[in-house]
Ligand binder design. Structure first.
Ligand SMILES: [Zn+2]
Length: 133
């Protein structure tokens, strides 16, 4: 099932969109609804995630939108479209900007602009592999 989850995600982290082939750490078939909150290990509850996004998301399902201060659900890759909540930002598209409360809360909690991710995006951009299509 791991392979099917990775293929469905086109081998990109479903949160920060880095490709698994260039990530230093193993990707995980992450539970969108965590097991401890009743989530099951079913295809429809799994998302392909880099180790960092998975670790920062942890057992959380909600976060605070830094703009409004509201607590909202995280981006759900099984229900939401990435481009409805996030956009590439900065002249070189090295940053992910949350464009909705859900997007901003997810970017903040998962630290989707970690320095290592920005550096990887810069390198991938130099060989035409960022931003992902
Ligand atoms: Zn990620």
């Amino acid at each position: 099932m791991r392979r099917e989850v990775a293929n469905r995600a086109k081998h990109l982290c479903e949160y920060c969109r880095i490709p698994d082939a260039f990530a230093p750490d193993a990707f995980e078939a992450e539970h969108v609804t965590p097991v401890c909150r009743g989530g099951q290990s079913l295809f429809e509850n799994l998302a392909w995630a880099c180790g960092g996004c998975n670790a920062f998301k942890s057992v959380h399902m909600t976060g605070v939108d830094p703009l409004s201060g509201l607590t909202v659900s995280f981006f759900n890759p099984r229900q939401d479209a990435w481009s409805d909540h996030f956009a590439w930002a900065g002249g070189d598209s090295l940053f992910i900007e949350g464009i909705t409360p859900v997007g901003r809360a997810t970017v903040t909690r998962l630290r989707m602009n970690r320095p290592g991710l920005r550096n990887l995006r810069l390198l991938l951009s130099s060989v035409g592999k960022h931003p992902p299509h």
